[in-house]
Write a protein that binds this ligand. Structure first.
Ligand SMILES: [Zn+2]
Length: 341
């Protein structure tokens, strides 16, 4: 539903000239994951922008919006009508190419940004479990596999479809069951083959804490993206949700010696965030938290369920698209009301 809605907004925005939409501008947030100089396989590296496309996005943001550091969010929200073109740029997960590629391009354009880290992956360098599932679905030999909590997965033709379907089912599981399923996929793929694929797709390797400190020194705001990269929905236990909110803040503050004030939910759509999740994030002491629902920031009735738009691999109409995000405000408010009851 979330992807469909974002698509509808992109479709509408592409029909309307930027000059018509610009006066309707409202403060907004957009995010990306990683940037690679060259993409080897777009089926696998779907989280990463090609560097040339990312440069074009950075230029469009610079030319059409007031891109501000997240520390300005409170000031902007106090008088949103005075900041119709305010925009906050963010990156999720914590991929190593955020330092080697994204930071270089964003510095060229002098654009401030915030990086949300899944701290367990920075601590351990364990790959994103969804990435392991994708590698299994795309590269394991043709066969039927019995995978815990998912049943029989038949790998042959139409691997992309199976990958998307399997990942959607994984996301719905609680973390212990999802971890068990991913461990069985990794075992089925074999240690050597998995290591070879992870080496081939280094795009998905995580930053070290020293590299995070280097980004912090360049002025990047560091926020939390849970500890492990799993959803924070109602199938998770209350203790798991509390840990996912509190642990990344503690790790970031211990490693960097600065306050961690912002949170972004992994996946971040309606099916990935429950009431106990935003309450755990509030109770852990953050000031604001971001979802991946479309909307403008001033429309949010809950500072722990703020809207955000995920930048597509290629964006040619950002000047129209960002003002059109307000089309999502009704749905955003309905969802926030549901999660507050
Ligand atoms: Zn993420």
């Amino acid at each position: 539903m979330g992807i469909g809605f974002g698509k509808a907004i992109r479709g509408s925005a592409s029909l309307l000239p930027a000059a018509l939409l610009r006066p309707l501008g409202r403060p907004a947030a957009v995010f990306f994951h990683g940037v690679e100089r060259r993409l080897d396989d777009s089926r696998v590296q779907s989280n990463h922008h090609d560097a040339a496309e990312f440069s074009a996005i950075a230029r469009a943001l610079k030319d059409n919006f007031d891109v501000l550091p997240l520390s300005e969010l409170g000031r902007v929200l106090a008088a949103p009508e005075r900041h119709p073109h305010a925009l906050f740029l963010m990156a999720d997960d914590g991929y190593a190419n955020n330092l080697s590629e994204a930071a270089v391009i964003l510095s060229e354009f002098n654009l401030p940004w915030t990086l949300f880290l899944s701290t367990w992956h920075i601590d351990t360098h364990a790959p994103n479990p969804v990435f392991v599932a994708r590698l299994f679905c795309l590269f394991a030999p043709d066969a039927k596999y019995e995978i815990a909590n998912l049943g029989v997965l038949s790998l042959g033709s139409d691997r992309r479809f199976v990958a998307e379907q399997t990942i959607a089912r994984l996301r719905a599981l609680d973390a212990p069951r999802a971890d068990q399923a991913v461990a069985e996929m990794a075992a089925a793929l074999g240690e050597a083959r998995l290591a070879q694929l992870l080496a081939r797709f280094r795009s998905d390797s995580f930053l070290t804490w020293n590299e995070v400190a280097a980004l912090k020194a360049r002025g990047v705001e560091i926020g939390a993206h849970a500890h492990k990269h799993w959803p924070m929905h109602a199938a998770q236990s209350p203790g798991y949700l509390r840990d996912q909110a509190a642990l990344p803040r503690a790790r970031i503050e211990a490693e960097l010696g600065v306050p961690c004030r912002y949170f972004a939910y992994p996946f971040g759509n309606t099916a990935d965030v429950c009431r106990a999740a935003w309450q755990a994030v509030r109770d852990a002491g953050y000031g604001h938290a971001f979802t991946t629902l479309s909307g403008s920031l001033d429309a949010s009735a809950n500072p722990f369920l703020m809207p955000r738009y995920g930048l597509q691999p290629r964006e040619t109409r950002l000047a129209s698209l960002v003002p059109a995000l307000r089309m999502g405000n009704g749905r955003l408010r309905d969802w926030q009301a549901d999660l507050s009851r």
